[in-house]
Design a protein around this ligand. Sequence first.
Ligand code: MF3
Ligand code: CO
Length: 249
Amino acid sequence: MIVLKSQEEIEKMARPCRIVAEVLESLREVVSAGITTREIESFADSRIRSLGGRSAFKGYRGYPASICVSVNEQVVHGIPSSRRLLEGDLVSVDVGVVLDGFYGDAAVTIPVGDVSREDARLLKVTEESLYRGIGQAVEGNRLFDISHAIQRHVEENGFSVVRLFVGHGIGREMHEEPQIPNYGPAGQGPRLKKGMTLAIEPMVNAGTFEVKVLQDGWTAVTLDNRKSAHFEHTIAVTDSGPIILTKVG
Ligand code: MF3
Ligand code: CO
């Protein structure tokens, strides 16, 4: 069942979402060559708390950290560690916050210093695909219109869409129905209605779409070891179109 939210509930959800956005924004300055992914986590966790929220990830199905930090060929769910970032790395940071019973979830991939032209293009196309998907999140459309718009933009640009992980409804739970694949046939799936709150999150690989999960039980990596990018927003479907909740300002 897809839970629809009232205007009031969407306003409550906007608070954890806003914290997520502010944390991601401040991480842009923190993510740099020489820092460890654990230092990034520690910065993010204090920032989440000082803004009045709590990590939605810590302890979720036993996940051991407050945020996910996935470097280069790591697609999602990278566990912060003593790994030090190098110039040229691509760092996907995924942040989830809970506040007053509502969840917010968003991710960005940040380039460390100068990255190759091809890597810069991977980031650009992935972020654009997120916005293409959000653009389809309007009343009357169907769910896979979002999926299809993402897939089309990614594949037109020669990259591939991860199948193993999908976006999701979000609200009083971090993961609610529906699942939102980043691929699929336009015109199918449930009709989008005002009050739906969705975490749309394309994961895009430079090479093959295939991924595997490492022995730690979490870290997903590309099968061909080529790079991956991930952008995510929590949005609300409204009368006047999609509203991005995980946005600063
Ligand atoms: N942002 C991720 C998602 O949308 C959640 C990370 S999984 C966790 O599914 F275990 F780290 F919480
Ligand atoms: Co998510």
